[in-house]
Write a new protein. Structure first.
Ligand code: MN
Length: 257
């Protein structure tokens, strides 16, 4: 059997299942809040055009609007100043091969439950690799924190000094980019950086280092507890927005039972 014929048979039999890693686009879902002097990302908004009524007797449809970084979303390299001059740095120009690939999941749920400012360090990656093998070049790496199970104010976890949520250290992102040549990095939180990432060096190291190297980001992921550490395939094509810095998207994974 060819690889794809075998895959089709495995999908039909349930030997390969499809896992949804996406939050529902909803006006109530939180978006990142920047200090008030900066522009703000819009929440998801929706208005009805018609619903089998005088505005359209036989059909239901709506208009929606949102930020490029609203809900479960994709970050393109041009999102950050470090990536602004790279080729193919916008969502419409990234080769589509980047949107399907192997995924490694680093389970930090226990650590994040104990320390809301938990930083994923290189030693933890190395300990993970000692069990699961080296992260292959071109892989997506996802940081599982179970943060997606939070809701309301607990999700952004804002205080007077800003957001408190887990993320990677600068050294970890540099290691994943320079030593492992990953394709992208994803999180369950509202950004690829920790809530207090502005205080790291460089500030917002995941954004700065990933996008400066042409790597990609995913945020507000869900259901990472349903993925194995290795062996799944991630599918994450963003909307093809002209010159887009990112986009909401449906993210899913193929997982062998
Ligand atoms: Mn973003």
């Amino acid at each position: 059997m060819s690889v794809l014929t075998e895959l089709a048979a495995s999908l039909a039999s349930g030997a390969v299942k499809t896992v949804d890693l996406t939050h529902t686009l909803d006006p109530d879902f939180p978006v990142m809040i920047l200090p008030p002097e900066f522009g703000q990302c819009a929440r998801f908004r929706v208005e009805e055009v018609s619903r089998y009524d005088e505005r359209g007797p036989g059909w239901y449809w709506r208009n929606f609007s949102c930020g490029e970084h609203t809900g479960t979303h994709f970050d393109a390299p041009i999102h950050w100043i470090s990536g602004r001059d790279l080729p193919n740095a916008t969502v419409d120009a990234i080769p589509v091969s980047a949107f399907v690939g192997p995924v490694c999941v680093i389970d930090c749920a226990g650590e994040a439950a104990e320390d809301e400012d938990y930083l994923l360090e290189v030693e933890t990656i190395e300990a993970w690799e000692a069990i699961h093998g080296e992260i292959p070049a071109g892989a997506w790496v996802l940081m599982r924190t179970d943060w997606s199970k939070r809701s309301g104010a607990e999700y952004l976890n804002m205080r007077e000094d800003g957001a408190h949520s887990p993320g990677p250290s600068a050294q970890t992102i540099r290691f994943l980019v320079e030593t492992r040549d990953i394709l992208g990095f994803g999180t369950e939180t509202v950004g690829t950086d920790a809530g207090q990432g502005a205080h790291l060096s460089p500030p917002y190291p995941a954004h700065y280092i990933l996008h400066g190297a042409g790597k990609l980001g995913l945020q507000c992921l869900a259901n990472l507890d349903q993925l194995p550490a290795t062996g799944a395939i991630l599918i994450c094509p963003p909307l093809k927005i002209k010159h887009g810095s990112g986009s909401p998207l449906r993210v899913m994974a193929l997982v062998e039972e």
